[in-house]
Design a protein around this ligand. Sequence first.
Ligand SMILES: [Zn+2]
Length: 113
Amino acid sequence: MAQKHDSIEAFPESLELTDDDSVLQIVWDDGHKSRLRLDALRAACACAVCQGHHPSQSLNLTPDQFRDIRITGLAPVGRYAYHIVWSDGHDTGIYTLKRLREMENSPEEQRNL
Ligand SMILES: [Zn+2]
């Protein structure tokens, strides 16, 4: 039987902080490796505090604002997302696996989020 293994089905086998704790490296169970800069990851936070409930409420975060950001807590949410706690005290961000996987594939887009 042909198995289609698209990005939505991939699951992280390991997550670790690299590059002086400035990059979150994810190894997926299909062998793909994602390297996500923490400043871009923090700026792309999709929670209601950062993005508001309407585009006009968005804080318009950019990676430049988070040059020295670090992750202080990381915990899985079910089997679909990760809850990340940041060194600036922000702790309402939920990053779905789908989003984490897609961010690496479009670095220019994440900059514009
Ligand atoms: Zn947020």
